[in-house]
Write a new protein. Structure first.
Length: 558
């Protein structure tokens, strides 16, 4: 849609420039003044002035037309789809300001913008219009033929001399040979074309234009129909004012569906989603003991009073009731170097909290809903083979399941997590070159259902769904296609996965394994969904994406 509106806006700009060009392309005032020399001089003046004015029109209106096309395309798309993507309705002013910043930001600074978006298009259009006129082409042809010795350099003086010698005759602003047969022979065609053939050609041209216009109309109608089917189905939307990517989202237990989310700059925010509030509250004190924290990974243990945020060397805990740090910090005591937790998972029923940083994994015990204590006898899990861990999650019994960069799956049994035992299956989702693999490109790596023993794995080659039966884990996974990340419903056999490209969220009913059943497709984001979380009661789904929005969906009917 944006391509159509931008093309239309630029076509209007070009039309204005051509209109100015044609307006200045005036014929001589009186026929008595017409002569070859006068015609050449008048065409030279007209070509230069009209081309310069047309280029000036493009310079002054080109960038504005581009901007109007971009904004109008975005507005039309959102009106057809019930305002999907960023920002939320009816903040059209925010959208317009963001698109202007994006458009001008393409050029780096104002000097580049003036040169690339103002001067360069004007100069190019001036040359394009100029080369469509007779005088520039006459000059080019005369120089070329004179250089090859086929015409004299002083061509107009030569033609005037031929007229004085009565070899040529003057007809208005042109020279002609005196004999019609000689004219036809040199031209290669009769001087007077067949009028019947001309009328047939004109009718064919009209039919082609009608067919072309009808085809364009059909394409536009079909495109509008397809786009209008992608309507926003979310119930509540928060739009980040600057459109920054949102990397993490989590429901806050026991707080009327309040959600916490983390931006790409590491800041953490709280938003009361169901209140339809337009603003969010920033979690203050984003440093702990002088260290910068990051909300690109966050989690709520049971109770919802405390928020755990990643920090250099571990993770810190924020008391949201009193808006202060608790003094508790999760950091390994036997691992050297600086860790940065890229993944946090919580098992609220068992009170476990696990962290992952590449090859290192640590597990802690939450002593109830309000306090934390480390598990003294637990061991930090380390991957001794490259590549490192790419994901972890808790099984229903509290055991920790991990997957490494070679697609091997491991299980560390609760409650002591002393061992790391291989599971009975291996996936090839990570069977790619090392340059292709990164931790954050493909979401969570692995998510586990708290309802049953079902695993969903996400890697560079797509997603797979595994389920443990009476004889162990199934030997044939269900292929989920090109997906980025996912989350299981806390109480029902339901899986939500985000498409690798675009912002669609697909629901899967996993109670019919080994062949799960597709559910609804949730449309609303217009860029990749980076994080998802179900509410503790399972009635709502929160999604956060690269389009700068957090959306809450009603999934109670699934």
């Amino acid at each position: 849609m944006e391509a159509v509106t931008v093309s239309t806006a630029l076509a209007v700009v070009v039309g204005l420039a051509l209109a100015a060009h044609n307006w200045l392309d005036a014929p001589p005032l009186r026929a008595t003044q017409v002569s070859p020399m006068n015609s050449l001089a008048q065409d030279r003046r007209s070509a230069l002035v009209s081309a310069l004015v047309a280029g000036l029109v493009v310079s002054l209106t080109g960038l504005l037309g581009w901007y109007v096309g971009v904004v109008s395309g975005d507005l039309v798309l959102r009106l057809l789809t019930d305002w999907t993507g960023w920002p939320r309705r009816p903040e059209a002013g925010m959208l317009a300001a963001d698109r202007w910043d994006t458009l001008t930001g393409l050029f780096g600074n104002w000097r580049s913008a003036v040169g690339c978006a103002v001067l360069l298009p004007g100069m190019f259009f001036t040359l394009l219009v100029l080369m469509g006129r007779a005088w520039p082409r006459f000059v080019v042809a005369r120089v070329y033929l004179a250089a090859r010795g086929r015409l004299p350099w002083r061509l107009m003086a030569f033609l005037a001399d031929a007229r004085r010698r009565e070899l040529l005759r003057q007809s208005g602003g042109v020279y002609q040979f005196r004999h019609i047969r000689l004219q036809e022979t040199l031209a290669g065609e009769p001087a007077y074309a067949d009028e019947q053939q001309a009328r047939v050609s004109a009718r064919r041209a009209v039919r082609r234009r009608v067919v072309l216009a009808a085809g364009v109309g059909v394409v536009l109608a079909v495109s509008a129909g397809i786009v209008s089917r992608r309507r926003d189905e979310s119930k509540f939307v928060f739009a980040e004012p600057e459109g920054r990517e949102i990397w993490a989202v989590a429901f806050r237990p026991g707080r009327d569906h309040e959600v916490a989310f983390g931006l790409e700059d590491g800041s953490a925010w709280l938003w009361k989603g169901r209140s339809e509030t337009r603003s969010a509250r920033r979690v203050r004190g984003i440093t702990f003991d002088g260290s910068a924290l990051s909300a690109t990974a966050l989690a709520f243990p049971a109770g919802g009073r405390y928020l755990v945020l990643s920090s250099p060397g571990g993770a810190a805990v924020r008391d949201l009731r009193y808006d202060r740090w608790t003094g508790t910090k999760f950091e390994p005591d036997r691992i050297g170097g600086s860790l940065w937790f890229s993944r946090m998972v919580v098992h609220r029923a068992k009170g476990y909290l696990a962290f992952q940083d590449s090859g290192w994994v640590g597990v802690w015990k939450t002593a109830g809903a309000e306090t934390y204590s480390s598990i003294p006898e637990s061991e930090s899990l380390r991957s001794f083979d490259d590549p490192p861990f790419v994901g972890l999650d808790f099984l229903p019994d509290g055991s920790l399941v991990l997957v490494d960069g070679k697609g091997r799956t491991w299980q560390s049994p609760a409650p002591d997590f002393r061992s790391k035992e291989p599971l009975l299956f291996t996936t090839d989702l990570w069977n790619v070159s090392d340059d292709y693999y990164t931790d954050n490109d493909f979401g969570e790596g692995v998510v586990a259902s708290r309802h049953d023993y079902c695993l969903a794995l996400f890697g560079p080659k797509g997603g797979e769904l595994w389920r443990r039966g009476r004889t162990g884990w199934g030997h044939r996974p269900w292929q989920l296609g090109q997906v980025r990340t996912g989350v299981f419903h806390p109480r029902r056999p339901l899986l939500a996965v985000a498409a690798l490209y675009g912002g669609d969220v697909q629901l899967w009913h996993t109670d019919e394994m080994p062949d799960p059943r597709k559910g609804r497709v949730l449309t609303g984001h217009n860029d990749a969904v980076l994080s998802m979380d179900f509410s503790p009661d399972g009635e709502w789904l929160a999604t956060a994406g690269a389009d700068g929005t957090v959306r809450i969906w009603d999934v109670s009917g699934e």
